[in-house]
Design a protein around this ligand. Structure first.
Ligand code: DNO
Length: 399
């Protein structure tokens, strides 16, 4: 697979010259300064593409071209927004960028409760604690009937927490769940927003009456509308699975498991309608057999995210080493290398280590941790390629 790296643009503290030194080939990025729903112009795309190329790298994948909430819940302006989306897609195609990662998760792009959960060796990883999440839902957000969505064991922990959490603890929870994880992915809530909880409640209200069936219909509508442009410009759309792959906060989620993936692929049976195989997100659901999913959906996979998780009996999960957890990354590499050795792949979230902590990197996107994970994946890939007889040239001298 092509070794790519998620880079957040010219303001990213991790620079392209650093990435070149560690063996990255392709860049995964977005026009982060263009507000959601606005057109990505040829000028802006070309400027960033050429900047990346000036470092000897290529802009391989867009992550993300965001799908506005209104397209997801089927608001009044969805057709106008879909038209804009099509123009952005065509412009990207004209500039030679053909792989587009997006998601169809309502309101919350991804969720964690702890962004620096300590590991025994002194590093830290992302963590999703079910009881803390339930506490956020029931006691901070105060969503109606939220308690019905959790087990009695989890609710008992929520009650215990409710007596102990300080206002500062509550603020930290809000920061982690709806601000820090969302701002940098062009999310709905940004650092500095006043009263994020109120904004969040208003966003949730937009989905009143939208169930799983309706959300699926809205996704199908969107995909059908954009497919002609995707065909004309060979745009490989690849939806990111829901993270975590389950219903949360009473919102419908539609890319959580095998049945869901099969549904949207069959709803628009065109190779340009594909999947981002995020091993980490899929592995966070105990119902998913990640290797089996890879075997089943490899021919519609256009982009791979490699990471893994450990799942606990109450549904909590923690991000694992790239050698461990539920994802079985070695086997995934075997499957995808055989399918298409040119498939873009990036290591996803990795631990914070060796000074990453003070740099202000986006949650999950450390430098040293991801560099280590990339080295690990590169090693696994080299062994798999040798096994499979796939020739890949490695420089004789460094660089
Ligand atoms: C978080 C990521 C998501 C993902 C987007 C794709 O680290 O997994 O932000 O990139 O959902 O649209």
């Amino acid at each position: 697979m092509e070794k790519t790296w998620r880079w957040f643009g010219k303001n990213d503290k991790i620079t392209l010259s650093m990435l070149r030194q560690i063996g990255v080939e392709g860049i995964v990025t977005a026009l982060h300064d263009v507000p959601n729903g606005e057109i990505w112009t040829v000028e802006k795309i070309t400027e960033l593409r050429d900047y990346i190329a000036s470092f000897g790298l290529r802009w391989s994948v867009v992550e993300s071209l965001p799908v506005c909430e209104s397209i997801k819940y089927g608001g009044k302006d969805r057709d106008r927004l879909i038209e804009n989306y099509k123009v952005s897609l065509a412009n990207l195609g004209k500039c030679g960028i053909h792989t587009i990662c997006y998601n169809f998760m309502p309101v919350l792009d991804w969720a964690r409760t702890d962004l620096a959960n300590p590991n025994p060796n002194g590093t830290s990883s992302l963590y999703f604690n079910m009881a803390e999440f339930a506490y956020f839902d029931c006691c901070i957000l105060k969503r109606e009937h939220a308690e019905d969505d959790y087990t009695p064991e989890i609710m008992a922990q929520v009650k215990e927490k409710a007596g102990k959490m300080t206002p500062q603890d509550d603020d930290r929870m809000v920061e982690n769940i709806i601000i820090k994880t969302q701002g940098f992915v062009n999310g709905n809530i940004k650092e500095g927003d006043l009263n994020p909880v109120r904004i969040f409640r208003d966003l949730l209200a937009l989905y009143k009456g939208i169930d799983k069936t309706q959300l699926r219909e809205n996704m199908k509508y969107f995909l059908k509308e954009i497919m002609p442009v995707c065909n004309e410009y060979d745009m490989r759309m690849c939806v990111h699975p829901d993270d975590p792959p389950m219903q949360i906060l009473g919102l419908p989620r539609i890319v959580c498991n095998e049945e869901d993936i099969r549904w949207f692929l069959d709803a628009v049976p065109d190779v340009h309608n594909g999947l981002t195989f995020c091993a980490g997100s899929l592995s966070a659901g105990a119902h998913n057999d990640v290797v089996d999913l890879a075997r089943k959906f490899k021919d519609r996979t256009h982009f791979v995210h490699l990471r893994s998780t450990c799942v606990f009996p109450d549904g909590s999960f923690k991000e694992a080493s790239h050698f461990g957890g539920r994802a079985n990354i070695i086997e995934l590499i075997r499957i995808f290398e055989q399918e298409n050795p040119a498939l873009p792949m990036r290591v996803d979230h990795a631990p914070m280590m060796l000074g990453d902590e003070d740099k202000g990197y986006n949650a999950g996107y450390s430098f040293h941790g991801r560099m280590m994970a990339l080295g690990q994946v590169e090693g696994m890939m080299a062994v798999v390629d040798r096994e499979l007889g796939i020739e890949r040239s490695y420089p004789v001298t460094v660089g």
